[in-house]
Every structure is written in C-alpha cells, then in structure tokens.
Design a protein around this ligand. Structure first.
Ligand code: MG
Length: 379
C-alpha cells in the first residue's frame, strides 16, 4: 500500500460573535497562540492544509500561519467546506480530514484513529457515547427515557476518501446545508467507521470553554533539551547544513549525509523528551541510514514529540565553523527546519560562530553544532 496523501481542511469561516466574545472564537488567544493556530498545528504532519475563513481575517491568519493555504468560506458551513475541499482537487489527495477550528485540543490519538478508520471505510468519525441518562422533553416537561445506546455525539476531525466526498458535495443542491460533513457522506450512502473521540476535544462555544481549555492546556511542563554534534570535513564539492545544500570545496563525512545541524537539533529534541539520543533511534550500524537525508531523523523526532502529546515550542541551533559562511543560507535553513517540523519560522533560530581559528573547527578539520529545543509535554 502506498503512503496515503493526506490533507486537512480547517473550518474557521464563522464570523458570528456569540455573547461574551469580542472576536470570533477561532481568533481568541489560548495559551500563547490563537485557537485556530492550535487547531491547525495539530495537522502539521499532513501533506496539505487548507483553512477556510472569512476574507476579513486572511491577513491575521497569514501572519501567524505562513505557508498555509487560506480560502474564503461560503454562505453556509456546507458551502465553506466544499470550497476547502475543491481547492485540493489537483493534489492527488487520498484522505481528507475536516476539522472545526474551534476544537484546538484534538489529540494525535483522535487524528490517528480517524486515519485508521479510513483504511476500513470511505468515511470515519470520532464518536462519544453518552454517559448521562437521556430524557425527552415535551412542552417543557420531562418525559420518557430516550434510548441512550441508540445515540452518540460526534466530534471532528471527520475523515473521508477524497474522491467520493468531493462527488458527494458536488451532487448537493446549492441551497442545502448539513450540520456537519458526515451528514453529507451519509446522505450520499457512504459507509462510516466510528473511531474514538476524546473528552478534551470539545468545541469552544462560550467564554467559559476558553477558560476550561486554558486550564487543561497548562497541565503541561516545559522541558529543554540540548544537543551537540561534530562531523569531520574532507575534500568534496558540497555539504548539507540544517537541511540546505551548500556548494563548497569540502564535504562532511559521516554514515548519513552528516548534517551536523540537523543531528544536533534531533538530539536536543530527544533530550527534551528524556528519550535517549539520535544513535538510539537511528543506529549508525543500521545500513538503512547509510547516506540518509537527515531530515528523516528530524521529522521522526518531531513525530515522537507529537505522538507523546507534546509540542515543540522553539529550536535554537548554533553552527561552529570558519567556512562556509552561514548567514546567506540562514533563512533557507530556518524555513527548511520549519518545514520538516511543521513549525512557523519565528520559532526557529539559526546562528553561527567561529572559534577564532582555534581548535579543530578553527583549523577547518570539522564542523560542530549545538542546539537547544524547548518542548511542552503533558505532565
Ligand atoms: Mg552526527
């Protein structure tokens, strides 16, 4: 089975202000970011992400989520989602997950569950069983028990095989609206897999929900890890530093592509997770890593963090060498690291220093790198 091409559509088109909010809820601040940023960053390992929003907020979104595609919403939620899905038409998407921007605390397990559900059915939805007893109410009076076992509540992300859900939306009359996207799939006769929801994956609706989310999100600790790496310089014509190819009259020697910068960052991330070092995860004795591009190691370290329910907050790396000059490549390096880890560029610092021609770096015998990773982990 080929690796599935995945896309996330984040639905943030609502402009309505409910009582108590001065801005739509998706733009409210939550633990140092906006609600929309949290929701979107949960899908950073996906191949494509589209945010559906009101054009009034495009600038605000692009400022905090550079590189993410933003399209305008429609008259109804159903039309907004259709606009998002249509945008992906030429990208050979296998699986599309549609997520409410107002659910910033969706967990990797919920997302993974939906993706697994799509291996068995063309649609999948996270469900929650009802815990409380359920009663009918008629004319304001409590009536009979409703059958709790016949009812579930559903959350997002709701997942779909791309081609059939696009057809299902295309077949809808323009004026019809549904409360969610699974309803569109059910309307089209698609089978739906039920996958596990999560209590914390609630939808922020009222100001007190925001306070509750803030309280849950601060049940985290901030951990800092450091990494250090050295590779030898030998005759050659190019090298990789922080994921960027640089033409030079030397190259770095190593089992993989010997990218000292990415190795130091990878080690810093494992350090912050107290999860050993790069050699434990990718043994140099393993032939599969021979000549490997080091962004593989970095991407896996990033996944290790998100699988543990954590998030990388900041990366700072210092390259120590006399040559090549780092400054002309610095922003490309930051962009590359951000791309691999799914982080905005303002969370990534690349610096360089020389050792005043002292020691092995000063003599040009090798390049060293040290890195610090700051990570939020569940307590
Ligand atoms: Mg190394």
């Amino acid at each position: 089975m080929h690796k599935k091409t995945t896309a996330a559509v984040i639905v943030a088109a609502g402009k309505g202000l409910r009582a108590g909010f001065d801005l739509p809820k998706q733009y409210q601040a939550l633990s140092g970011k906006t609600v929309l940023q949290h929701s979107t960053l949960k899908f950073s390992s996906f191949d494509h992400t589209v945010i559906v929003a009101h054009p009034d907020y495009f600038d605000r979104i692009k400022e905090v989520l550079p590189g993410v595609l933003v399209v305008a919403g429609g008259e109804s939620r159903t039309q907004s989602v259709f606009n998002g899905i249509k945008t992906l038409r030429n990208l050979s998407i296998d699986y599309v997950l549609i997520h409410d921007a107002a659910r910033p605390m969706v967990t990797p397990a919920v997302i993974e569950g939906v993706l697994e559900g799509l291996n068995t059915a063309p649609a999948a939805v996270p469900v929650m069983r009802l815990v409380d007893a359920v009663k009918t109410v008629r004319g304001g009076a409590i009536g009979h028990d409703a059958d709790r076992n016949a009812l579930v509540t559903v959350q997002t992300p709701q997942g779909f095989h791309y081609a059939p859900i696009l057809s299902a939306f295309e077949a809808l009359p323009a004026e019809i609206t549904f409360s969610d996207d699974i309803a569109v799939a059910v309307n089209a006769g698609m089978a739906v897999a039920q996958t596990p929801g999560d209590l914390n994956n609630f939808k922020i609706t009222h100001p007190e929900d925001l306070a509750k989310a803030e309280a849950i999100m601060t049940e985290f600790k901030t951990c800092v890890g450091s990494g250090y790496d050295v590779h030898r310089l030998v005759d050659g014509d190019h090298m990789y530093l922080c994921g960027v190819r640089i033409d030079a009259d030397k190259t770095l020697l190593g089992h993989s592509d010997a990218d000292v910068g990415l190795h130091a960052i990878t080690d810093a991330i494992f350090g912050a997770m107290a999860a050993g070092d790069i050699g434990d995860h990718f043994p140099p004795t393993d032939p599969q890593w021979k000549g490997a591009s080091s962004d593989i190691f970095l991407r896996e370290a990033g996944r290790f963090v998100s699988n543990a329910g954590g998030s990388i907050e900041h990366i700072d790396v210092t390259l120590i060498c006399e040559a090549p000059k780092i400054k002309p490549h610095r922003d490309a390096m930051r962009a590359r690291i951000g791309d691999v880890l799914g982080l905005p560029i303002d969370c990534i610092s690349v610096k360089a220093t020389t050792t005043e021609q002292l020691g092995f770096t000063g003599r040009g015998e090798g390049i060293a790198a040290q890195a610090v990773a700051t990570i939020r982990r569940p307590r």
